[in-house]
Write a protein that binds this ligand. Structure first.
Ligand SMILES: Cc1cc2nc3c(=O)[nH]c(=O)nc-3n(C[C@H](O)[C@H](O)[C@H](O)COP(=O)(O)O)c2cc1C
Length: 191
């Protein structure tokens, strides 16, 4: 067995989802904005909760702090460049929705916008906030899940392959590969 290299602890979990978090409530003080987030993950199933790690210096940070809400929009491959753009340009001076020709839609449960061009969007309300270090972690209840009807198959199931989502690893964006199996397929009885 080859010996593994041993590096200092660092943020090397990969691949991770890369999402567009929608924030703001459309008011003058809290305009709609988008921020690209790589530090996003599910943290609880019941109640459904997820977390996003945000640096306090981001324009979006103040929007989320003040409104206590955000949306998590899962971008398709076609939006990869837009995801990068929203991760290198600040909404302090630029309307990223306008700049990237994205359509903000009203949330059903939150005032933060969802992105029409993303096939799946989660509406979230901050439940607790962890001040960790470089990033603060907003743990939020998922109040609603918005899905494009085209993603739902004949049996009423969500077909994720149709969403054509992307992931992020070590500074690069990736498309999804083919499905390898389903939950429990390793032990399912074969006919
Ligand atoms: C792929 C990628 C992932 C990122 N992930 C995060 C993240 O998890 N948390 C964060 O605070 N910033 C993250 N950023 C940086 C912000 O998206 C970036 O600073 C953005 O311009 C902030 O926008 P705002 O000032 O309008 O809020 C990421 C950027 C990229 C390109």
């Amino acid at each position: 067995m080859k010996e593994k290299l041993c590096w200092h602890g660092s943020a090397q979990l990969a691949p991770v989802p890369v999402v567009l978090a929608g924030c703001g409530d459309g008011s003058v003080r809290n305009p709609y904005n988008l921020i690209t987030i790589g530090w996003c993950g599910m943290v609880c199933s019941e109640p459904p909760m997820l977390g996003i790690g945000v640096r306090p210096e981001r324009f979006s940070f103040g929007l989320i702090r003040r409104t206590g809400e955000f949306t998590v929009n899962l971008p398709p491959k076609a939006l990869a460049e837009t995801v990068d753009y929203c991760g290198v340009v600040s909404g302090k001076a630029i309307d990223k929705f306008k700049e990237r020709q994205l359509t903000p839609l009203p949330g059903s449960q939150v005032k933060a916008p969802i992105v029409a061009e993303c096939p799946i969007a989660l509406e979230c309300r901050v439940n607790r906030t962890l001040e960790l270090g470089s990033h603060w972690y907003f743990i939020a209840d998922i109040l609603a899940v918005r899905v494009d009807p085209e993603l739902v198959d004949e049996k009423g199931k969500l077909d994720m392959e149709r969403a054509d989502l992307i992931s992020y690893a070590h500074g690069h964006y990736y498309e999804q590969g083919p499905c390898l199996g389903h939950f429990g397929y390793s032990v399912r009885k074969k006919n």
